[in-house]
Write a protein that binds this ligand. Structure first.
Ligand SMILES: Cc1cc2nc3c(=O)[nH]c(=O)nc-3n(C[C@H](O)[C@H](O)[C@H](O)COP(=O)(O)O)c2cc1C
Length: 338
C-alpha cells in the first residue's frame, strides 16, 4: 500500500536529523535496504550518479530502489544546469524525495569533469545549477559541500557560496566540515587529512537560521553525533555507519526513544529481501558485503565477518550461510562469556 502523501512528507521532514552519507561503491540499494531496517527514520542517499548517466544510462540499474528505502535522496554530479535539471526531473519521476548536488568530491576524475569539490570555487555556476533544478522539480534540491578548497580559509567565501545557492533554491546544506585539497591528496586522504572545523557549520546556522544545516565528517559515536543536536538540524554519518551499522540503530534509538532490537533480529529481517534478490539471480556476496560490520567490536564479530566473506563467493551461497555465520558468532560469544 502506498502511504498518503502527507505521511511521506512528514517522514521526509523528520528524517533530517539523521542521514547516511552518499558513498560511492558502498551505499548501493542493497546497503540502503539494510540501513533502512537499522534506522527506520533516517534519510538515505544514493551514491553519486553523474547527470549524464541518469539521462543516458541504464536507469533501472542506476536509479532503481525499493520503496522501503524512502526517504531517499539521489545525489547528482555535474555542473551543466540544463543537464542537471533534466536529471532532477527524471529523479522526481522515479519517486526520489530529494536531489542533492555534489560539491564535495575531490577526485581527479571529478575535477577533470568540472564538478564535485572544485565547484566551491564557482558559486555562481552552482547557483545556476541549483536554480535550474529547483525550477524543474517540486522535490527539494539540496547541496553537499566542503568548507572550501585548498588553502582557502575564508569563512566569508564559504558563506557567499552558501548564500548564492540558498538564494537559487537550496534550503538545506550538508557540510562536510573540512576543506578539500585538490592537489596532492587522494580522495581517501581528503576524508582524513584536512582538519575538521565543526565551528563553521555552527556559525553558518547562527548566521542563517532559516537554512537547514546538517553536519558531516568524523562523527563516529552516538554521543558525538547527539552533541551536535539541537544546535544544528541534523547529522550525517558515512564511514562509521558503514563499518559499524549497529551504530545507526543505536543513534536512531537515542533520537526517537524506540527500543533497541538485537543484531540477530535485525539481520533476520533481511531474509525476505535476500531470498527475493537471490531468486532474481543476484549473488549473495553483493548483499553480504554490506553486512560484515554488524557485529563490529562484539565477541564473535571477526568470525561473523570471516564466515560471510569467505562463503558468500561460493556458487549457490544462500541464507544458510548467514545461519552458519550467526551460529559461529553465537558460539564465540558464549565462549567469551563463559
Ligand atoms: C567509499 C566512500 C565513497 C564516497 N562517495 C561519496 C559520494 O559519492 N558523494 C559524496 O558526496 N561523498 C562521498 N563520500 C564522502 C562521504 O559522503 C562523507 O562526506 C565523508 O566520508 C565524511 O563523512 P564520515 O566522516 O562520516 O565518513 C564518500 C566516502 C567514502 C568513504
Amino acid at each position: 500500500m502506498t502511504q498518503p502523501a502527507s505521511d511521506a512528507a512528514a517522514r521526509y521532514t523528520a528524517s533530517l536529523r539523521l542521514s547516511v552519507a552518499p558513498m560511492m561503491d558502498w551505499t548501493d540499494r542493497h546497503c540502503r535496504y539494510f540501513h533502512r531496517l537499522l534506522a527506520p527514520g533516517a534519510r538515505l542517499y544514493t551514491e553519486m550518479v553523474h547527470a549524464n548517466a541518469v539521462i543516458q544510462g541504464d536507469r533501472e540499474r542506476l536509479l532503481g530502489f525499493d520503496r522501503s528505502e524512502q526517504p531517499l535522496a539521489l545525489q547528482l554530479g555535474g555542473s551543466d544546469p540544463a543537464l542537471l535539471a533534466q536529471a532532477a526531473r527524471i529523479a522526481q519521476d522515479w519517486g526520489y524525495d530529494e536531489v542533492n548536488l555534489n560539491c564535495g568530491c575531490p577526485s581527479d576524475r571529478v575535477q577533470a569533469g568540472r564538478f564535485g569539490a572544485c565547484l566551491m570555487r564557482e558559486p555562481a555556476l552552482v547557483a545556476e545549477c541549483v536554480a535550474a533544478m529547483a525550477g524543474a522539480v517540486e522535490i527539494p534540491i539540496t547541496v553537499k559541500c566542503r568548507l572550501g578548497v585548498d588553502e582557502d580559509n575564508s569563512y566569508e567565501n564559504f558563506l557567499n557560496f552558501v548564500d548564492q545557492s540558498a538564494n537559487a533554491g537550496s534550503a538545506m546544506f550538508i557540510v562536510h566540515a573540512r576543506n578539500a585539497w585538490l592537489k596532492g591528496l587522494s580522495p581517501k586522504e581528503n576524508r582524513e587529512v584536512p582538519p575538521l572545523r565543526y565551528e563553521w557549520a555552527h556559525q553558518l546556522k547562527a548566521d542563517r537560521p532559516q537554512l537547514q544545516v546538517v553536519l558531516n565528517g568524523g562523527l563516529a559515536t552516538v554521543e558525538a553525533a547527539q552533541a551536535q543536536l539541537p544546535a544544528l538540524d541534523g547529522v550525517m554519518l558515512g564511514r562509521a555507519a558503514y563499518h559499524d551499522p549497529y551504530l545507526l540503530h543505536r543513534l536512531e534509538a537515542a533520537q526517537t526513544g524506540a527500543p533497541l532490537l538485537p543484531r540477530e533480529a535485525l539481520l533476520r529481517a533481511m531474509r525476505p529481501y535476500i531470498d527475493e534478490q537471490l531468486g532474481r539471480g543476484l549473488a549473495l556476496k553483493h548483499i553480504t558485503r554490506h553486512l560484515l560490520g554488524l557485529y563490529h567490536g562484539q565477541p564473535g564479530g571477526r568470525a561473523f565477518r570471516q564466515v560471510l566473506s569467505e562463503g558468500a563467493h561460493r556458487a549457490g551461497a544462500d541464507w544458510t550461510l548467514i545461519e552458519q555465520a550467526l551460529a559461529v558468532t553465537r558460539a564465540q560469544a558464549e565462549r567469551v562469556a563463559a
